[in-house]
Design a protein around this ligand. Structure first.
Ligand SMILES: [Zn+2]
Length: 54
């Protein structure tokens, strides 16, 4: 499983509909909203650890 860098949830990369490439890595997202946040400022999201609310 891949981790959604925006909200921290786990995403099945084989089934992911939302993904972005940044600096040679592929990032996966649970929703279009998470992808949109990442795409608006990828360097921020790619470097900070995903927020864990648990
Ligand atoms: Zn998400």
């Amino acid at each position: 499983m891949a981790q959604d860098q925006v909200c921290g949830c786990e995403v099945d990369e084989t089934a992911a509909q939302f993904k972005s490439e940044f600096e040679g890595r592929t990032y996966y997202f649970c929703t279009a909203g998470c992808k949109a946040k990442f795409d608006s400022d990828p360097s921020r999201w790619a470097r900070e650890p995903a927020i864990r609310s648990v």
